[in-house]
Unconditional design. Sequence first.
Length: 371
Amino acid sequence: MLTKTDTGALTFPVPEPPATGEVTEIAPGILWARIPLPFRLNHINVYLIEDGEGWAVLDTGIGNEATRAVWSALVDGPLAGRRLTRLIVTHFHPDHIGLAGWLCERFGLALLTSQTSYLACANISLSPGALDAKPYREFYLRHGLDAETTQRVATQGHNYLRMVSGLPPTFERLVAGDRLAIGGRSFDVLTGNGHAPEQVMLYCAADNVFLAADQVLAKITPNISVWAVDPQGDPLGLYVRSLGELKRQIPADALVLPGHQLPFYGLHARSDQLIAHHETRCAAIAEACRTQPRSAAELVPVLFHRDLDPHQMSFAFSEVQAHINYMLRRGELAWVEGGDDVERVVAPVKRAAARKRPTAAPGRRRRAGNP
Ligand SMILES: [Zn+2]
Ligand SMILES: [Zn+2]
């Protein structure tokens, strides 16, 4: 779930985003445009990178009539006279890939993205009801989620498809370590996990510009979720690892062009803030689980202090799961048998946690008693 966090130490070179249908040249030869989204997070940033006679497009907005109208207005307005050359998609979330099928068809573009992004979108498109299966429903119920929210999560593939205009039949695979030439420039292809698997990011060393997708946003934390199909997965661990890699690979003074909110300077500081934010949440979970065992659903109010509708609850629940799995791997939580069918975790005493750390095998859950 997108959560507001402290943003001290960042600077914002352009304080106002472009109006819908307009563009701002945010770096030499890189245009920034905004596409409205019908959500609480009400926009996505898309970028147009000078590519010879035209513009390479980065990300699309969701696949609906309103987004098509914005793209038509951009093409007929500020981009008039120069064609679109190709489409780069950072990850499979509908706000980023949603209009890929339509844009590629309408403007004759090739799609460039990671294999996982392409296959994840294709997979949901082929089988939108796949999550509505007994083992997945049971996963949510076993961790204390209520029936209404479980129903919503189990059927979210159908919601996804309502926001995606399909995929072109072929794509060009982007792989971390590739060099991608766009116009006269060379971009390093990076990928990161945690928010979405194999999310693509681009870095141009010559101009010190970093297209960060949703991995590093200025004022909110990207959603980090465990999904029932990978119930012991550790997306938060992968996310923290990715932030560390970005700090090693991208200079602290790079201009960051993110998928939402304002472009900014302060990548390393922001990465540190995001890591600290998650550590604070882990500490809150540990504190809550020291006094009594709690299920994932019971931990939601520990991290989220407002009323949540079922949609928000589904994200909050999956985000709590991500913290639980991260802490289990670090030996900071242990499973405990309850008197009912709901699984709960406890925070072991510190010395026990230290002893367990090297052996934490995420695939094999060991049940532990109360400490
Ligand atoms: Zn995303
Ligand atoms: Zn996004």
